[in-house]
Design a protein around this ligand. Structure first.
Ligand SMILES: [Zn+2]
Length: 88
């Protein structure tokens, strides 16, 4: 199970987007992708993450009542690894 993005505030992990989201079905989750990756599968979720993870994380921070600068986005897979997983 690949974790695509994690949002921290200090050392506290606020939210992460992983297979529970991108392989999820049913009700949309409320993880740090804002639902963009929900149920779309790994490849589409990687594309979204490569293109828009910073915007998702900032939106998530504000939604949680924080300033974007109070939080930190971590992409556990390198961009190189994500691109390789896309097979492009
Ligand atoms: Zn997600």
């Amino acid at each position: 199970m690949s974790t695509l993005m994690v949002v921290y505030r200090g050392s506290k992990r606020l939210s992460q987007c992983d297979a529970r989201c991108y392989d999820g079905n049913g009700r949309a989750c409320s993880c740090c992708c804002g639902g963009a990756n929900h149920g779309v599968g790994l490849k589409e979720a990687i594309r979204n993450t490569l293109l828009r993870s910073k915007a998702y994380a900032e939106f998530y921070a504000v939604e949680q009542g924080y300033e974007p600068w109070e939080t930190r986005l971590v992409l556990p897979l390198s961009r190189t690894r994500m691109t390789a997983l896309l097979g492009v």
